[in-house]
Unconditional design. Structure first.
Length: 333
């Protein structure tokens, strides 16, 4: 290169461009599994068809991949608390009974039935509960004591439970801690009996500061967004044993939401305060290691992505944004 500088400036310019090209190819091949693609997801600007139905702060979203439905939980006085859209973005119906402040929402399907689970963080007569509804909003089951904040000593006594994940078997995982009194992860059987419970308030191994979101992968592991500690913690779904944690990707802001992509290769993480969706590589088996961010989606300022869900059929990502007061849909490229 120094020879080129001395005798032929054009050659220097040519060599420099080759060097840059080589570095870009090297970076794409060895540092990014996306081979230099500019984007992983594209915003679906046509979803929903009628955004004026969002009339409160949109806290949560759940996808019913089997029936092509999207449920949205929103918070504000005198507005419908649950909105239902089609996968194509058409508003279908809403319901409001016995829901005070929907924080987390999850759709559970079996071969014969479908239901919607909601964590209610309200402090009034319906709050501090985890509730199961029919798709049309009929109350079917209440876990917890409505209106009474719980103690960590009693498994089914919640203090503003943040989110729920239900497996096909009917086994339930609840992160209980949006209120601060409880900081724990609870697994229940399909008949609502405690299988195991872990977590206390703190920053040590297996402790939590506002556990905010929970999901289960295809390899028997439970992933928890430990929001206040700016990390994700991982547990064995059978025993509740701590398997590891990720903190390296969250120095700027803690994780608010955790959901796997449809192929379980990546974890979608919402970071509310920096308005970002982080896409992390998920370890298939063995050691948890530390997180590797392979891509990110930067959202506009004050969007505030709170909780997300993934359509396990199409791969689309739905983002409930409490700042923008809307849910947006991102489709994989």
């Amino acid at each position: 290169l120094s020879t080129a500088v001395s005798f032929d400036p054009t050659l220097m310019e040519f060599d420099y461009s080759i060097f840059i090209l080589y570095f870009q190819v090297l970076k794409a091949e060895h540092f990014s599994p996306w081979r230099g693609e500019q984007q992983m997801y594209k915003l679906d600007i046509g979803w929903p068809k009628t955004p004026e139905h969002f009339t409160g702060q949109t806290f949560c979203v759940a996808v019913d991949s089997l029936h092509g439905l999207v449920y949205v939980g929103q918070v504000k006085d005198n507005v419908p608390k649950v909105l239902v859209f089609s996968e194509g973005g058409y508003f279908l119906y809403a319901w409001n009974d016995t829901v005070e402040m929907p924080h987390g929402i999850f759709v559970w399907n079996t071969a014969t039935e479908s239901s919607v689970w909601i964590t209610d963080v309200g402090t009034g007569k319906y709050g501090h509960t985890v509730k199961q509804y029919s798709p049309l909003g009929k109350l079917m089951q209440v876990l917890g004591t409505p209106g009474n904040a719980g103690s960590s000593l009693i498994p089914l006594q919640f203090d503003q439970p943040a989110e729920i994940f239900v497996e096909e078997t009917g086994e339930i995982y609840v992160v209980d801690g949006d209120g601060g009194m409880n900081n724990r992860l609870l697994k229940l059987s399909d008949d609502y009996k405690e299988i195991w419970l872990t977590g206390t308030n703190g920053s040590g191994i297996g402790q939590f500061k506002i556990p905010h979101s929970v999901t289960v992968d295809a390899f028997g592991r439970v992933w928890v967004a430990d929001r206040g500690n700016k990390r994700i913690q991982v547990f064995d779904k059978v025993t509740g044993e701590w398997l590891g944690s990720w903190s390296g990707c969250f120095s700027e802001d803690g994780p608010y939401s955790v959901r796997f992509t449809a192929d379980y290769k990546y974890l979608i993480v919402a970071q509310l305060n920096i308005n970002r969706l982080a896409i992390l590589a998920a370890p298939p088996v063995g050691s948890i290691g530390d997180c590797v961010m392979v891509h990110s989606v930067q959202l506009p300022d004050e969007t505030k992505p709170h909780l997300v869900d993934v359509d396990m059929r199409s791969g689309a990502v739905y983002v409930a944004e409490i700042g923008a007061q809307q849910v947006q849909k991102y489709v994989p490229l």
